[in-house]
Design a protein around this ligand. Structure first.
Ligand code: PLP
Length: 397
């Protein structure tokens, strides 16, 4: 009799999601059963892909752009990204430095695969995007967490990163603007961190998928800030900025030998992304002026609404994030555990938020609220949260 046995790697990535996901799984089950659930736990933009991009992709399908593509990506897209990188940076960027992947997640997986071996140590700041966990586990990397301070609203702090680096650290992976915190690194911090890593022979990877959703100031990419480019890699994509999460389109920008490795790795494991999607991505990047700004300002209005409303509700508070799609709400005055709070909130109100525990122990007294939903839904959710906390405070719950 055949008894299926699987690799350790697949065992690792097949683990159940754990308690933090149980809350949103339960919310989904209740919604499927017909309950009025408001999902404030999602990271998927609620905007449809802008119409001109849809028209363009239909046209490209119509002219037969349905064949294999070069492993590193279509020249038209690589050149469009290189032109943007050149515009925003003192360092010119060549199309050869840009490698296309099916989404930022795969770009991160590929970059880490090319840079690190099982057992290698990698510094990642916390709170940390949950999606990194599966990747670093699958690659059997050892994460050295660098915990940003909850009391300082998780601001990007390079002293904390430096303190986490040891002689064994092979790479540092930062996320600016950050998920879930919305904190942004300054150009000076990026420059200093890149130089610090370079002196120690360490790679610095920067995940910048929220680069176009900023409120306080414009994003500066690591590539523009760093003096030398040989130890750095920047990852970005269209999922968030262009509301194109389902198109699965991301990229990495790296110099010389690493770019070649990434192209070879992509060739071996993906064998190219769809031509029509890459054509549409190049089109989207060229003609995105209006709709990217429209979405960005919608996120800003939602952020302002959430921040104002939350700070008027006794017991909870939040700071305005500088960027990104989320607000971290401090629930420490009303609960000891964000997990228990998220469960109680879902049971009592049908509002689903993500417990901060998901992003690391430092965020265990926060819950993450998404801005990827309409102002009407956000207001409805905040009405329910306000009523819930008021009843709870009066002891009538
Ligand atoms: C910080 C961060 N990096 C990467 C990703 C993955 O993006 P993609 O859709 O391009 O795979 C996400 C998605 O939520 C994210 O929040």
């Amino acid at each position: 009799m055949f008894k299926p046995s699987f690799s350790k790697r697949s065992d690792i990535v097949s683990r159940p999601g754990g308690e933090v996901w149980a809350v949103s799984d339960r919310a989904r089950e209740r919604a499927d059963a017909g309950d009025d659930i408001i999902f404030l736990c999602v990271g998927d933009p609620n905007f449809d892909t802008p119409e001109p991009i849809l028209d363009y992709v239909r046209a490209r399908l119509g002219v037969g752009r349905t064949h294999y593509s070069p492993a590193a990506g279509e020249p038209v897209l690589r050149s469009a990204i290189a032109a943007i990188e050149t515009r925003v940076s003192p360092h010119p960027c060549s199309a050869d430095d840009v490698i296309i992947f099916p989404g930022g997640t795969n770009a991160i997986y590929s970059v880490l695969s090319c840079l690190l071996d099982p057992g290698d140590k990698l510094v990642i700041p916390e709170p940390m995007y949950i999606g990194y966990v599966g990747i670093v586990d699958a690659l059997q990397l050892q994460v050295q967490p660098a915990a940003f301070s909850a009391a300082e609203n998780f601001r990007f702090d390079i002293e904390v990163i430096k303190a986490a680096i040891t002689d064994e650290t092979r790479a540092v992976m930062i996320n600016t603007p950050g998920n879930p915190s919305g904190a942004m690194a300054t150009p000076e911090q990026l420059r200093e961190l890149a130089a610090y890593c370079r002196e120690r022979g360490i790679w610095l990877i920067s995940d910048e998928v929220y680069s176009m959703i900023t409120f306080a100031r414009r994003h500066t990419t690591l590539r523009a800030a760093a003096e030398h480019l040989d130890n750095i890699v920047v990852i970005d994509g269209l999922s968030k900025s262009h509301a194109m999460s389902g198109w699965r389109l991301g990229w990495a920008v790296a110099e010389g030998p690493l770019a070649e490795r990434l192209a070879d790795f992509g060739g071996a494991t993906i064998f190219g992304c769809p031509q029509f999607i890459q054509d549409a991505a190049a089109f989207a990047l060229e003609f995105d002026r209006y709709f990217v700004e429209e979405m960005r300002s919608a996120y800003e209005a939602r952020r302002d609404l959430v921040v104002q409303r939350v700070n008027r509700i006794p017991g909870i508070r939040c700071e305005a994030p500088e960027a990104g799609m989320f607000v971290m709400v401090d629930i420490s005055q009303v609960a000891d555990s964000s997990l228990a709070f998220a469960e109680e909130l879902l049971d009592a109100t049908g509002v689903s938020v993500l417990p901060g525990e998901a992003f690391g122990p430092g965020a265990a007294r926060h819950v993450r609220v998404t801005l990827a939903t309409s102002e009407i839904e956000l207001s409805r959710a905040l009405d329910r949260i306000e009523a819930f906390l008021s009843v709870r405070a009066s002891g009538a719950a």
